[in-house]
Design a protein around this ligand. Structure first.
Ligand SMILES: [Mg+2]
Length: 257
């Protein structure tokens, strides 16, 4: 655990908000496997070259992202695949789009593995009475499926998706909705995520959260104006920090006033 702001960690938080993708599990590998499976399936099904698929898909993604920027649907694989089929001249073949989307997420989930220590941290937090929420971009359907797949569906007090909130992070809407659901407005709240802008800057500027960045291969470190209050590689470091703060507060309570 690298602590940049020691004043932020004098006591346990009231609640912790967690990003999901690339915070609770590494995203890049699962995504790469899923894209490879889709590329193979599309090129076999439609007799087009993988390069032609790549071109059409990246153009489709660009168009959807531009049109829906800042909303959950801007990340929709289903919309990317629908538009990809239109771009290659097949029109909206919805059955194919659904089938390719299923291939993407089935492959993605079977290659996504939680980071070590995530469940243990969540158990610790429950025992300490610290509330927890997932605050994640993307549509509810797939984010709920991920929670179930990882066995985390009973581990958080609440979940907020950007589909539900109406905007992606770093818009204040998802952060505000999480605080409302946890009844944690004005309380000491930590935000944990990988993204320097969406999670670190967003958490601090929108709701005044203490921010912790999850670092691993491929994550851009939040620095200078965006620097988090702390950064960690391993969830065991987070457990250690919580244990230290819990012991501190226990010994404070034991001192007669
Ligand atoms: Mg993330």
């Amino acid at each position: 655990m690298k602590i940049y702001n020691f004043d932020a960690f004098k006591k346990l938080p009231h609640a912790i908000l967690f990003d999901t993708d690339n915070t609770l599990y590494p995203y890049d590998e699962a995504h790469a496997c899923a894209m490879k499976a889709v590329r193979l399936k599309v090129s076999r099904t439609l007799a087009i070259t993988p390069d032609a698929f790549d071109d059409a898909y990246s153009e489709a993604r660009r168009q959807v992202k531009k049109r829906l920027e800042g909303t959950a649907s801007s990340h929709s694989r289903l919309l990317y695949l629908q538009r990809m089929l239109e771009i290659i001249g097949l029109g909206s073949q919805v059955l194919l789009a659904l089938d390719f989307e299923q291939t993407y997420w089935r492959t993605f989930l079977s290659n996504a593995v939680l980071f070590d220590g995530v469940k243990e941290v969540l158990d610790d937090l429950r025992l300490l009475g610290i509330k927890t929420a997932v605050v994640t971009d993307l549509t509810a359907q797939i984010q709920f499926r991920k929670m179930v797949y990882f066995g985390l569906d009973h581990c958080f007090d609440c979940i907020v998706t950007s589909e539900e909130a109406g905007h992606d992070k770093p818009h204040p809407a998802p952060f505000d909705l999480a605080l409302e659901k946890l009844n944690a407005r004005g309380k000491n709240v930590w935000m944990i995520g990988d993204n320097p802008v969406n999670d670190v800057q967003g958490g601090r500027e929108r709701i005044g959260a203490i921010t912790l960045q999850k670092i691993h291969a491929g994550v851009i470190k939040a620095e200078r104006d965006n620097a988090p209050d702390a950064a960690f590689f391993d969830f065991s470091d987070l457990r250690e920090l919580l244990r230290t703060l819990a012991n501190k507060s226990a010994s404070r309570e034991a001192v007669p006033s």
